[in-house]
Design a protein around this ligand. Structure first.
Ligand SMILES: Cc1ncc(COP(=O)(O)O)c(C=O)c1O
Length: 401
């Protein structure tokens, strides 16, 4: 039995499973846009850990920062007590890139925890209970974040875990009429500026502005979930700056940690301060803002800025689109920067593509709420040659559908 098969057997025997059909590709190492099996088979990573590995795998700057910080100190004390340089520097540098008044960063461990913190903050600040999300939105798998999952129909996931949080409901993304459902009873509206797991749905012209306007009118806080869209993915450092709309709270995770587990919810001092009082310790997190994760995230941010990587993201996304959109099997390409869904209009075709991809050395996947399209969200550092070569393989698979 080769090494990969031994690993597969032990994986099935001892590692908790999320589905009956995991991809089960053993990973030995990863670099740039690729990862490799123990036998040396290379895969183009067109998922990037679902928009995590924006600066490429094994980015030397990030690896160096992790090593350096691990040698200095790792965990000292639960989040919020000590002054830890990686947290302070990262908070200062990331908020310098954000519109006012987003100036106060509350570090946590993950995307779901960032969403939990943001929801609690909105309830605490407004004194209201109702929370509104968008249909076909995914915000995480904890009870609170799952309560805000806007499942399209049937609510199969949510029903399996009820009772969830009360007073949560969903409206349709990009539906201007639905904005009237946001009222003086609403604590917050949670929205991805570009919907990810819905199969990449950019906002309609003027929609985010109208959403912002309605929230301001009724005193509801607007929370942007930029967990997938942040850190350059859509061709701007944040989708909120790309679309020119400032939320009251923004959630970051995924690429925010430069490949390490890190999340944050970010707001004004005034709003954030409510977590300090009545009761104190409004959100407790032991490992939130782990110094090694903050050092990694900061190194990744500086890498994006120094290399002017984000400025080239839209062009690279457009190149993928141009190389794929004219194939007769492709119905449409929905895209914002390097976050793209290639729509085939048929889930059976999509699953056949996935089988071919696995054989041909391409890692892609579909979306939680769209199983007729495959994902293209590679590291933002992918080269033009790699884009051309990976689309050559994808087109050869499409030809065989
Ligand atoms: C938009 C969005 N929000 C939140 C999450 C949850 O993040 P995590 O898996 O780190 O809890 C995800 C994860 O896929 C996501 O795509």
């Amino acid at each position: 039995m080769n090494e990969s098969n031994i690993l597969r057997r032990r994986f099935l025997a001892h590692v908790g499973q999320t589905s009956p059909s995991p991809m089960m590709i053993p990973v030995e190492r990863a670099e740039g846009s690729f990862f490799y099996t123990p036998e040396g088979k290379a895969y183009y990573d067109l998922v990037a850990g679902v928009s995590v590995s924006n600066v490429g795998h094994a980015n030397p700057k990030v690896v160096e920062a992790v090593k350096r910080q691990a040698e200095r100190y790792m965990h000292i004390m639960v989040y919020g007590e000590m002054i830890e340089r990686p947290q302070v520097e990262y908070a200062a540098e990331i908020t310098a890139l954000m519109p006012e008044p987003l100036e106060s960063v509350y570090f946590v461990n993950s995307g779901a925890e960032a969403v939990e913190g943001a929801l609690k903050l909105a309830k605490r600040y407004t004194g209201r209970a109702e929370m509104i999300s968008m249909r076909r939105a995914y915000h995480g798998s904890t009870h609170g974040a799952m309560s805000m999952m806007g499942e399209p129909e049937g609510e199969e996931w949510k029903n399996a875990f009820r009772p969830l949080l009360p007073a949560c409901r969903a409206i349709d993304f990009n539906n201007f009429d639905d904005l009237q459902q946001i009222t003086e009873a609403t604590a917050c509206v949670l929205c991805e500026p570009v919907q990810g797991e819905a199969g990449v749905r950019p906002p309609a012209e003027g929609y985010l502005q109208a959403l912002r306007g309605r929230c301001t009118e009724v005193g509801a806080l607007l929370i942007f979930d930029e967990i997938q869209t942040g850190m350059g993915r859509t061709g701007a450092m944040f989708a909120m700056t790309k679309y020119g709309v400032t939320p009251d709270i923004v959630c970051l995770a995924k690429a925010f940690g430069g490949g390490m587990p890190l999340g944050a919810f970010i707001s004004s001092h005034e709003i954030m301060a409510t977590l300090q009082h009545h009761p104190t310790l409004g959100h407790i997190t032991t490992f939130g803002g782990h110094p090694v994760c903050c050092a990694a995230g900061l190194a990744a941010l500086r890498y994006l800025l120094e290399g002017d990587i984000v400025a080239d993201v839209e062009r690279k996304g457009a190149l993928y689109e141009a190389l794929l959109a004219d194939h007769p099997q492709v119905c449409e390409v929905r895209r914002s920067g390097l976050l793209a869904a290639v729509e085939l209009g048929d889930s059976a075709k999509l699953f056949r593509m996935m089988e071919m991809f696995a054989r041909e050395g391409i890692l892609s996947d579909w979306f939680l709420f769209c199983d007729t399209a495959f994902r293209i969200s590679p590291p933002l550092t992918i080269s033009d040659d790699e884009i051309r070569d990976s689309t050559r393989i994808i087109r050869a698979c499409l030809d065989r559908l």
